[in-house]
Design a binder for this molecule. Structure first.
Ligand SMILES: [Fe+2]
Ligand SMILES: [Fe+2]
Length: 148
């Protein structure tokens, strides 16, 4: 089931909110590849795109935290590094299937598939609700377009 962005996920900054919306749509299109049983090569491309944009987004958020002298900067930055590591770990079995790129998503063992889909679904939402949301009071004192 696709995950929809909702106002409750807003951290009072237009750039960050737009990033989160884009990440959610990337995750939704990733899941769609499984549903439509497209080639594993498409999954690899989608996970690469998700990883690249996650990097861009984390860097942006970290710049903002520094500019706002956010007290939990180190903790939050570490959480970002862990998320990237988790994403890489989850994508590893896909990369190892490089020799069978003609296979489709349905050919993947269920465990790999459930791990990936489950991880991506929770991955971003839990981080937004748990960590990013703590930036809201600080970001709320700035212009909605604050972009240091
Ligand atoms: Fe974020
Ligand atoms: Fe974050």
């Amino acid at each position: 089931m696709p995950v929809a962005w909702r106002e409750a996920l807003s951290v009072s900054n237009n750039l960050i909110d737009a990033d989160h919306q884009h990440l959610l749509s990337l995750i939704n299109s990733f899941e769609e590849i499984f549903t439509a049983d497209r080639p594993i090569a498409d999954l690899l491309a989608a996970i690469g795109e998700l990883r690249d944009y996650t990097h861009t987004h984390f860097a942006r958020e970290e710049r903002m935290m520094l500019a706002l002298r956010y007290a939990r900067y180190d903790h939050h930055k570490l959480a970002h590094a862990r998320l990237i590591e988790q994403l890489d770990q989850a994508a590893k079995p896909l990369r190892e299937l490089g020799g069978v790129l003609a296979a489709t998503a349905a050919a993947l063992p269920e465990e790999i598939r459930d791990n990936l889909v489950g991880l991506l679904r929770q991955w971003l939402l839990e981080h937004i609700m748990g960590e990013d949301m703590q930036l809201k009071p600080l970001l709320g004192n700035q212009s909605k377009n604050f972009a240091p």
